[in-house]
Design a protein around this ligand. Structure first.
Ligand code: GLN
Length: 196
């Protein structure tokens, strides 16, 4: 079997292991990424959910932030939940540092305490009909630039967006049995870096 594509899953904290399981099931080779040098040979990267402020604290060590910043600006990257917050151009509630590679605005923890965690089945333009979406202290996408493709929504707000080699979800697709979002990311990676 070809050793391609190689997908990294940022494993500093949060829900990273199930992303790797999903991607392995779909035929990718996965690596847990804990240091900046490990980014070097990857074809794509998943930045999982967790706590974006904690990610930022970890990333501020050993020049990790800058290396990751270069990566997300040049290679396929899939952010979920906190990962989406890190990719967004603008972050509110409160404002915080981000890679600003995806021209969207996100409001952190936007769905309120009573709705900390919720599972909904919502429309998506991905083939196969409505999709289960697991939201955990989720951000809300409050603005998308004109050139961003909106692939799913919740109450009129985008929940899954794509721009070129970047994919971002405000929900946790790794926690549902539906593999369409991971399959889409894998297709994007293969399109960007075809395997021999
Ligand atoms: N509330 C978290 C944050 O603001 C995101 C939650 C998640 O990733 N499930 O970073």
């Amino acid at each position: 079997m070809s050793k391609c594509p190689q997908i990294g899953v940022l494993a500093l904290q949060g829900a990273y292991d199930i992303h790797a399981e999903r991607l392995n099931e779909l035929g990718a080779i996965t690596r847990f990424i804990r240091t900046p040098d490990q980014l070097e040979f990857l074809d794509g990267l998943v930045i999982p959910g967790g706590e974006s402020t904690t990610f930022l604290k970890h990333l501020e060590r050993a020049g990790f932030y800058d290396v990751l910043n270069d990566f997300v600006h040049t290679k396929p990257t899939f952010g979920t939940c906190a990962g989406t917050i890190l990719l967004a151009k603008d972050v509110t509630n409160p404002t915080q540092r981000s890679f600003a590679v995806l021209d969207i605005e996100v409001e952190r923890n936007a769905y309120g305490r009573q709705n900390d965690s919720t599972i909904l089945t919502e429309e998506t333009s991905l083939p196969g009909g409505p999709m289960e979406m697991v939201f955990i202290r989720a951000p809300r996408i409050t603005r998308v630039a004109d050139d961003i493709e909106v692939l799913a929504t919740r109450d009129g707000n985008a929940t899954l967006v794509r721009k070129g080699k970047l994919l971002a979800a405000t929900f946790h697709p790794e926690l549902s049995d539906d593999v369409r979002v991971h399959q889409l990311f894998l297709d994007m990676v293969r399109e960007h870096t075809p395997c021999d």
